[in-house]
Design a protein around this ligand. Structure first.
Ligand SMILES: Nc1ncnc2c1ncn2[C@@H]1O[C@H](COP(=O)(O)OP(=O)(O)O)[C@@H](O)[C@H]1O
Length: 216
C-alpha cells in the first residue's frame, strides 16, 4: 500500500505511523525524521533545513522533494510506504503524483488525523522524544515516563524538540492551515481521503486507522 498521513502537528502522526507501518509491513518515511537525522549528522542538507525548522516554517520544496524522492526510491519502499509529513503543500503533492506516475503507480489512501487545536497545543507542550527512536514519545499528561528524562521503552535519553516551544507550535499550526490543509481537498477530489479522529488511546486510534484502511 502507498499511504499518505496528514494532520496537524501533535495529531500523533509519528506515533501512529510507526504502528501502522509495522501492521502493514511497509516502511515509515518521515521527512521530519529525515531532516532531524541530517541535522544531527551535520550534513549540508541538515544545516539548510535547521533554520526553517527552528522558525516553524517549511523547508523549501527543492530540498524536501529531492530528499523524499531519494528515500521513496530505496529498495524497501518498492512495494509501498507510509508517508508522514510529506507532502506538506500543493507543490509537493503535485511532485509526488509526478514521481508515482513516472513508475505507473498511485496512492491507495490519504489518512487524515483530526484533532482539535487546543488539544494539539496541550499535547506538544508536554511532549518529550527519545533520542534513540523517534517513535518513542511521552507526554506529561497522557503517558509520562516512569523515570523523568528516560525512555521507558529503550532507556534512551528524552529531550524536547527545539521546535516544540509554544510560539513555534503556533507558527507550525498557522503553516498547517495555510499550506498543508489545502492538500486534503486536492486528495478529496481524487477520492483518496479517509478521515478519523485522533483522540483517545494510541491503540484505539491505530484500530480506527486500520479499519478506515479496510485492514482490520
Ligand atoms: N514535507 C516537508 N516540507 C517542508 N518542511 C518539512 C516537511 N516535513 C518536515 N518539515 C520540517 O520539519 C518540521 C518538523 O516536521 P515533523 O517532524 O513532521 O513534525 P510535526 O508534524 O509535528 O510538525 C516542520 O515544521 C518543517 O520545518
Amino acid at each position: 500500500m502507498r499511504i499518505v498521513l496528514v494532520g496537524p502537528p501533535g495529531a500523533g502522526k509519528g506515533t501512529q505511523a510507526a504502528y501502522l507501518a509495522k501492521n502493514l509491513a511497509i516502511p515509515h518515511i518521515s521527512t521530519g525524521d529525515l531532516f532531524r537525522a541530517n541535522i544531527s549528522q551535520g550534513t549540508p542538507l541538515g544545516q539548510k533545513a535547521q533554520e526553517y525548522m527552528r522558525a516553524g516554517q517549511l523547508v523549501p520544496d527543492e530540498v524536501t522533494i529531492g530528499m523524499a524522492k531519494d528515500r521513496m526510491g530505496q529498495a524497501d519502499a518498492a512495494d509501498g510506504f507510509l508517508l508522514d509529513g510529506f507532502p506538506r503543500n500543493l507543490a509537493q503533492a503535485e511532485a509526488l503524483d509526478a514521481i508515482l506516475k513516472a513508475d505507473d503507480l498511485k496512492l491507495d489512501a490519504v489518512l487524515d488525523l483530526e484533532v482539535p487545536e487546543d488539544e494539539v497545543v496541550k499535547r506538544i507542550a508536554g511532549r518529550r522524544m527519545c533520542r534513540k527512536d523517534s517513535s518513542h514519545i511521552f507526554h506529561a499528561i497522557y503517558n509520562p515516563p516512569a523515570v523523568e528524562g528516560v525512555c521507558d521503552t529503550c532507556g534512551g535519553e528524552l529531550y524536547q524538540r527545539e521546535d516544540d516551544s509554544e510560539e513555534t507550535v503556533r507558527r507550525r499550526l498557522e503553516v498547517y492551515h495555510s499550506e498543508t490543509e489545502p492538500i486534503i481537498d486536492y486528495y478529496k477530489a481524487q477520492g483518496l481521503v479517509v478521515t478519523i479522529s485522533a483522540l483517545g488511546k494510541v491503540t484505539e486510534v491505530t484500530e480506527r486507522a486500520m479499519a478506515a484502511l479496510n485492514r482490520d
